[in-house]
Design a protein around this ligand. Sequence first.
Ligand SMILES: [Zn+2]
Ligand SMILES: [Zn+2]
Length: 348
Amino acid sequence: MKCPSCHYDNITPVNYCGRCRMSFTPLSLAVARWKEHLYWILRRACAGSTSGFIAWFFIPVVSRILSQTGSHFLIFGLTGFMGGAFLGAVDGMVEESTPKTIRGAIVGGLGGLLGGMVFQVFRNLVDPQYILWLIFLYWAIAGAFIGTVSAWWEQKREKILCGAVSGFFGGGIGAYIGSSFHAYLVQEIPTGTWLFQRFTEALLGGIIGIALWSAIAAAERFFIFQRRTIDKQNHKTCDRCHAKNELASWYCTSCGSVLQESAPPEKLNLSPFSTLQQVSAMLRFLSRLSAATGFIAGFVSLFVFIPNYAGMEQLVTIIVIVVIALLSYALQILFSSLSETIKVYISK
Ligand SMILES: [Zn+2]
Ligand SMILES: [Zn+2]
């Protein structure tokens, strides 16, 4: 049995690890399992905060430019769409699933759009002292949409509901805390540089991302992605079409359903360089995030600025879109080549 503390491979089932003397009692094994749970949640919280941070670097700029020409519905709807799309794409990017990334971005974007509309409708109706609760609702709506995406393919009503509820509270609480913190920073340090102001606004997105993705990840880990463990078989059987699948598969290769069985880790031939593999996965995430950033920023610029602008400004917008596309492509290649370098090194 493989030791969860020092990763030494004890050949036969033993009571103590031969290398570090960890006793394999149910309690110590449960502690080790909790460490795994925590890492799993932290990975998504970290990805969510990075994605939120990037989104909120752009959102205030877009909203300021639009406030000169556009309606408030357009401003809140569009910034909501941007934030929701960035936050919704997180799970798909972490799992390196393009269909999940696109579905997450679209569903999250629509949730953000709806949240932004609701915010605009009630903005002038509520007492200013309750505005934070309205911001809570704004991102809770977006969060609920985002939370359903993970459970979507599970096709179970209670799992979808669990995803939606976790996203609702995660997004809402993140927005509440983030906005309070942002207001505090603006009050304490009113005259910051341009970069400092962007940083404090981006921090708001980072906080929403952490809260939202910690909540959804916990729901995924403890409820939505619950699987039956299989010990004996060398394949996973699909619940829906009964096709046999490789142990490493997560989805049925014949009907696309989520496979409800999980293989024990020692059967999966995992790389012994688990930390380097995580760094490599993080770089691949950043590569995907660069691509998503270019895509969303380009999309927003194309559909919003060009119709609102004329002449020279339109030309500037086109140049900006080209620069964004080139930059996001370059970053994507850079991160993915770094990730491949690590892969080559650890596969030797
Ligand atoms: Zn050990
Ligand atoms: Zn199937």
